[in-house]
Design a protein around this ligand. Structure first.
Ligand SMILES: [Fe+2]
Ligand SMILES: [Fe+2]
Ligand SMILES: [Fe+2]
Length: 424
């Protein structure tokens, strides 16, 4: 198999990639929101609320611009290690509100470190990953996973601890009255919470109506929009190489939760890039195809994730949910300025040449070439991997299966290119 020189792709000038400075804040917030939809598709907004409260505390503490940015991203991502196939760590934390119970529940205990490990694979998020890893440490040293104490816990983690406990307390006690929440949490100042951070929180509640800022979904959406405007960042994700690593990390998070095969999206990306290169597409288009491939299935993260791993036959209703995933991918990505083309390519990765695919039943050349390439790469990787419904096949059998479905599922030219580089 010919290997396309990958390094060249990441040397493209940033203006060819054309991502606005709002990209990082927009993408991370939309991705986290999608991770926090419940099985019925309703947003729980836990991390958005924690982010809004944390940033209000951070501002009161006069954190510098860079620390505010770290606090913003770390609070949005604080529970990324707690996104599970069958739910979210917040469901467990609200059922087990006491610290001893939490420490003895493996999923709860492990989620800060899991988050730290996931984010640690992306060098730009190194500090953010450390904050995420320590967001359940208690000021008096009785938290987890490490039992760090006082100033040894990063300030951002101490801030997130307060904001996180506030949202959990609101959910556990269905409390909306600020006085009730304050009386519930006050006893933990100096134990779970840094007393200085907690005092600022109390001040914000009493004098600036902090709770009103996270009261309803509409208000949360409005405050997040305002907060994102402050977080525009030219430096965080500003080169194709950084973006490449970032999308890879996101693809791994989604694959680990929704696919029975690790690194599915990464392999689809490699195969699609090879085909795009042999079809003489220009470098910026190849890079767009790579990123669209990394992200093509992230819609699976939104809502009921367990059906993608189900071994039994799917019900008609479940099958409809599965088929909605490309539209969900589009909906997440299309909210992020700069990702419109990637969203569009990903939307059509299950369209068939004869019009029998989804979501729109497009035919032939009406389907973007990039999506036709991704469709073949996706199918090839599915055939050559073990899936709940079949054993993996060898390369030659996989190729003949692709050829059998030319003009039905697949574009003949794309399959031709695949057989060329797979057999070389
Ligand atoms: Fe957490
Ligand atoms: Fe949390
Ligand atoms: Fe898909």
């Amino acid at each position: 198999m010919t290997i396309y020189p990958q390094a060249r792709l990441t040397q493209l000038p940033i203006q060819d990639v054309d991502f606005p400075s709002s990209f990082a804040a927009d993408f991370v917030s939309e991705f986290v929101k999608a991770c926090e939809l419940d099985n019925s598709g309703r947003g729980i907004y836990h991390s958005w609320k924690v982010c809004i409260i944390s940033c209000r505390i951070g501002r009161k503490l006069n954190l510098d611009k860079n620390s505010m940015k770290e606090l913003f991203f770390a609070s949005l991502l604080h529970d990324i290690g707690g996104v599970m196939v069958g739910g979210h760590v917040i469901d467990l934390l609200t059922q087990i509100p006491d610290i001893y119970g939490q420490k003895s529940n493996f999923r709860i205990f492990a989620h800060p470190h899991r988050g730290e490990t996931i984010l640690g694979t992306f060098p730009t998020f190194r500090n953010i990953s450390e904050i995420v890893g320590t967001h359940h440490e208690f000021f008096d040293g009785t938290g987890f996973p490490k039992g760090l104490k006082g100033d040894r816990i990063p300030l951002a983690s101490r801030i997130i601890r307060v904001a996180d406990a506030v949202d959990i307390a609101m959910q556990v006690h269905s409390a909306e009255d600020p006085d009730e929440i304050i009386s519930l949490l006050g006893i933990f100042s100096g134990e779970e919470f840094d007393p200085d951070v907690y005092d600022i929180f109390i001040d914000l509640v009493k004098n600036e109506a902090l709770f009103d800022e996270v009261k309803t979904d509409d208000v949360i959406e409005m405050n997040m929009t305002a907060l994102k405007k402050e977080m525009h960042d030219h430096h965080l994700l500003s080169s194709p190489d950084t973006l490449n690593r970032f999308f890879k990390m996101v693809a791994s998070i989604a694959d680990n939760l929704t696919s029975s095969e690790y690194n599915h999206s990464l392999r689809v990306a490699e195969l699609s890039v090879q085909a795009a290169y042999l079809m003489d597409l220009n470098e910026s288009e190849i890079l767009t195809i790579r990123w669209a491939s990394f992200l093509h299935d992230i819609g699976k993260i939104a809502g009921n994730r367990s059906i993608y791993r189900k071994r039994e036959k799917l019900t008609d209703e479940e099958w409809l949910t599965v088929k909605a995933h490309s539209q969900k991918t589009y909906d997440i990505l299309n909210k992020v300025a700069g990702m419109e083309k990637i969203a569009y390519y990903a939307l059509y990765h299950h369209e068939n040449q004869d019009g029998s695919g989804y979501p729109e039943g497009l035919r032939g050349e009406k389907i973007p070439l990039a999506s036709r390439i991704m469709h073949v790469a996706d199918a090839y990787d599915a055939i050559t991997s073990n899936r709940p419904y079949h054993r993996k096949k060898q390369q030659e059998d996989a190729l003949s299966e692709l050829k059998k479905n030319v003009n039905k599922q697949f574009d003949p030219n794309v399959v031709e290119v695949f057989s060329k580089f797979l057999m070389s």
